[in-house]
Design a binder for this molecule. Structure first.
Ligand code: GTP
Ligand code: SF4
Ligand code: MG
Length: 409
């Protein structure tokens, strides 16, 4: 894995009315042709994403979107896709033609403020872009000519400065460690493991331990007992794959803190407490109730796939009868979630924090309990309380300030 994964890069979403130069701007920022440009309004249909470096900040994802004032039937569908892209936005660039904003642009600014999404207004098509600092309706303004590239360098610097001051890189685990002991990571290498590499949550958590100056030891569950005998003191924390939680729990002395990759990812990506509350909804689940299982990305299902086989089997065993399951993959979360008695979400390793928080918000607004794979499996293995103890220690310290969380209007 040579590149910073998209899920941990801040997402910058380019918005605006049709034909204001959004695609010309993404091309200018990327210094290559990423999106189609034409004088025909409605040229951009689906959002176009591009991973780039914006220095002196670093890796980001830029997203070009369809114009928000396209009122044709197809245009309204495109606007829905733009709305969906906005759920990922850590920063937005509102492209406009003049400093006097159109009522729709004013409305967009209000909606962004409600969602706590920072916005930079980019006035495009300026023959002589001025670099003087300015503001429109409380948002900073930068003038550019996206066609000639004038002002684009200053825009990059402005974006980098905004990200440095507003985008917070949250810890995955290092805030739970003193740095004095060894953390043990247990990663089963089974049929589901990808060939020749570790999966993203394992890599990210390992990197976070190193960032915090900690020491890590990685082994399979089959070597855990041997690994423990090699340590001169008990590990400070053991982090395991949820699927072998029980086996690991049996090997470890009960006073060694134990959690899972999924619990740590759930804490990092959104609201761990909301997901734990979702477990309480199992008591109300009855045969033939509808359950939505959500996978954040599309991937081939395996023979004993966790979402298609393992979780349905556990839930049906719990209610003592058949349940009606629906599976949603990738970005398809917005189907009417009110129809379900429970949502079971994957670990969301491919989604950024904004998007997962937005999904949790949508579930809360619809009044549908939501739980994730890791929390659910820990519950069924009887180790939920133990796996939460290390993570909950810091929840009470409000490590993640409310400003880092996006709320939908
Ligand atoms: N003169 C001038 N023309 C520009 C500038 N930026 C974009 N254009 C032109 O404006 C037209 C629309 O540009 P696009 O980048 O496709 O606009 P868009 O906002 O992506 O449009 P949709 O995808 O249809 O919403 C094209 O003909 C561009 O060449 C600029 O800074 N100056
Ligand atoms: S389904 Fe979810 S947890 Fe699995 S790889 Fe995709 S985003 Fe990550
Ligand atoms: Mg476009």
């Amino acid at each position: 894995m040579n590149k910073t994964p998209q899920a941990v890069r801040p997402h910058i979403v380019i918005l605006g009315r049709c034909n204001v130069g959004k695609s010309t701007l993404i091309n200018a920022l990327c210094e290559q042709s990423v999106a189609l440009v034409s004088s025909q309004p409605g040229t951009t249909t689906d959002p176009v994403s591009k991973s780039i470096e914006i220095l002196p900040y670093g890796p980001v994802v830029l997203v070009d979107t369809a114009g928000l004032d396209d009122d044709t039937p197809l245009g309204r569908e495109r606007v829905k896709l733009t709305e969906r892209a906005l759920r990922k936005a850590d920063l937005s660039l509102l492209v406009v033609e003049t400093h006097a904003l159109h009522p729709l642009e004013q409305e967009i600014l209000t909606r962004l403020a409600k969602r706590h999404v920072h916005c930079l207004v980019v006035v495009n098509c300026h023959d002589e872009p001025s670099q003087a600092a300015a503001e429109v309706s409380g948002s900073p303004v930068v003038e550019v000519n996206a066609l000639t590239g004038q002002g684009v360098r200053a825009l990059r610097e402005h974006i980098a400065a905004m990200l440095n001051s507003t985008y917070e890189e949250l810890p995955l685990v290092r805030d739970l460690l003193t740095g004095k002991g060894v953390s043990v990571l247990v990663t089963p290498i089974d049929k589901a493991a990808p060939r020749g590499r570790l999966i993203l949550p394992q890599v990210q958590i390992l990197r976070d331990i190193l960032d915090g100056g900690g020491i890590a030891l990685v082994c399979r569950e089959t070597e855990l007992a041997t690994a423990l005998t090699q340590l001169s003191a008990p590990p400070e924390l053991v982090i395991t794959d949820s699927q072998v939680f029980q086996a690991v729990s049996n090997v470890l002395p009960s006073d060694v803190p134990l959690t899972s990759f999924s619990i740590l990812m759930a804490r990092y990506k959104g609201d761990l407490q909301a997901l734990v509350r979702g477990v309480g909804a199992l008591a109300d689940l009855r045969p033939l109730d509808r359950v939505l299982i959500v996978e954040g990305c599309t991937h081939h299902s395996q023979e004993d796939d966790i979402s298609r086989v393992k979780i349905p089997r556990l839930l049906e065993g719990r209610v003592g009868g058949e349940l009606r399951f629906t599976w949603a993959m990738g970005p398809n979360f917005t189907a009417d979630i009110r129809d379900y008695r429970l949502i079971v979400h994957c670990g969301a390793c491919m989604l950024n924090r904004r998007e997962m928080v937005s999904r949790l918000e949508q579930a809360a607004q619809a009044g549908v309990p939501i739980v994730n794979y890791g929390v659910l499996l820990a519950h069924f293995s009887g180790v939920l309380e133990r796996s939460l103890a290390p993570a909950l220690l810091s929840l009470s310290d409000t490590v993640f300030p409310p400003a880092a969380i996006a709320y939908n209007s």
